[in-house]
Design a protein around this ligand. Structure first.
Ligand code: R5P
Length: 288
């Protein structure tokens, strides 16, 4: 078994290697003057079962292209099986056409990864479960729920209500609530006015006097989660926690998340979080 990390998240890759009691196969990954990416695997992987660890996070296009070049390099180095381990999968939010003349990038990315030569994909908390079917190779869809739950349950919170910040996330929040001692569920009715622009309308369910835990797959600009937190407070929630697998944290996420509307923001390390994106209310749990 060979573990190889792209440049997207070497810390997570190293944590996975430590957890497995192995080491990463060294690679050279560098940029040519024109921005093209060069990859060379530094040891023989002939006949091996290779796991390439690369979230396609930031900058998404470079991470994705580097992943494909790594897959191609492994294929040409005669690896027996190549698994693309993609803890955060960029471009998968567009999983259908919402209006005319758009691309379905989730399908396009699935095609690209498959064509590059991956035999298998390991993905975590995809935006929608049906993206699994966009791949014609096996895809293992794993969840961060156990590590998030483990952390939250250690806090011994009382009168918990699990809240989905939008209708699309109800299945995810319901599954989370079930595992969280069968906690009740509430739903925020979010309406989008434009891309990256969330407008909250109202809350379905009882949150008065309760500890609300918002559950989402990702926090990008944090509009969804902070608008939801505000309306939960207006509806009488005592405290509001937010937890999400993927900390995309595009501007102005940090300003919004640290504005005080959330008691604590719990995310995982599927995406690297640099120091300048850390704030006092943030807790990061590891999915390694
Ligand atoms: C939307 O359907 C997703 O589950 C997230 O709620 C959304 O992508 C978060 O985006 P933002 O943080 O920019 O509101």
């Amino acid at each position: 078994l060979y573990l190889i990390s792209g440049s997207a998240h070497t810390t997570l890759a190293q944590d996975i290697a430590n957890y497995l009691g192995t080491s990463l196969i060294p690679i050279i990954s560098k940029r040519f003057a024109d921005g093209e990416i060069y990859v060379q695997i530094q040891e023989s992987i002939r006949g091996g079962d290779v796991y390439l660890i690369q979230p396609t996070s930031y900058p998404v296009n470079d991470c994705l292209m580097e992943l494909m070049i790594m897959i191609d390099a492994c294929r040409r180095a005669s690896a027996r099986q190549i698994t693309a381990v993609i803890p955060y999968s960029g471009y998968t939010r567009a999983d259908r056409k919402v209006s005319g003349r758009e691309s379905i990038t989730a399908k396009l990315v699935a095609n690209l990864i498959t064509t590059a030569g991956a035999d298998r994909v390991l993905a975590m908390d995809l935006h929608s479960a049906q993206v699994q079917g966009f791949f014609d190779i096996p895809l293992d869809h794993i969840y961060s729920t156990p590590v998030l739950l483990n952390y939250l349950q250690s806090k011994q919170l009382r009168d918990v209500v699990v809240v989905s910040p939008d209708i699309g996330g109800v299945g995810r929040a319901r599954a989370f609530a079930k595992k969280f001692n069968d906690a009740p569920l509430a739903i925020v009715d979010k309406r989008r006015t434009a891309h990256n622009c969330a407008k909250v309308m109202n809350v379905i369910g009882d949150v008065k006097g309760k500890t609300a835990i918002l559950v989402d797959d990702m926090i990008d600009t944090a509009g969804t989660i902070t608008e939801a937190a505000k309306i939960l407070r207006q509806e009488g929630a005592r405290q509001v926690f937010a937890c999400a697998t993927h900390a995309v944290f595009s501007p102005p996420a940090i300003e919004r998340l640290s504005s005080g509307c959330l008691e604590e923001v719990i995310v995982t390390n599927t995406i690297p979080i640099p120091e300048d994106k850390r704030f006092p209310q943030l807790t990061v749990v590891s999915v390694a």
